[in-house]
Design a protein around this ligand. Sequence first.
Ligand code: ADP
Ligand code: MG
Length: 139
Amino acid sequence: MIEKTLSIIKPDGVKKGVIGDIVKTFEENGLKVVAMKMIHMSKREAEGFYAVHKEKPFFQSLTDFMCSGPSVVQVLEGKNAIDKNREIMGATNPKDADPDTIRDKHGSSIEVNTVHGSDAPETAKTEIAYFFSDIETFS
Ligand code: ADP
Ligand code: MG
């Protein structure tokens, strides 16, 4: 099924200068970029985005990290895009990520792990709408 998913190149990925490498990996794996922009999230925007984690012990630290510099938010489209993106990203903790996944190559820690990807159709829909209006995404 052709799906859309939200992807974020987190502030560590932008700082390391690996935007191009990450986008190339998506494209080589059949995912097309159908929306893209660079944003510097405010604390409030980061808290809203990660609201499902607000009870977690790492919530403050995670949202501080997410607003520590600019990120690239993008919508990826392709066959099974949601699961495919999660595969390409690798496990949340870079130590557990399969070889050659983005988090294996570029992630620094379980928190500073370079990329975000939606985890299900419902979350993809709400996460895309969090950053992009309908006329800002293509197909
Ligand atoms: P994923 O991004 O793989 O979907 P989660 O939804 O569980 O992972 O967590 C969201 C983000 O919170 C992670 O990508 C990571 O940046 C951070 N995070 C997750 N678990 C921890 C943890 N135990 N300690 C610090 N940060 C964490
Ligand atoms: Mg998640």
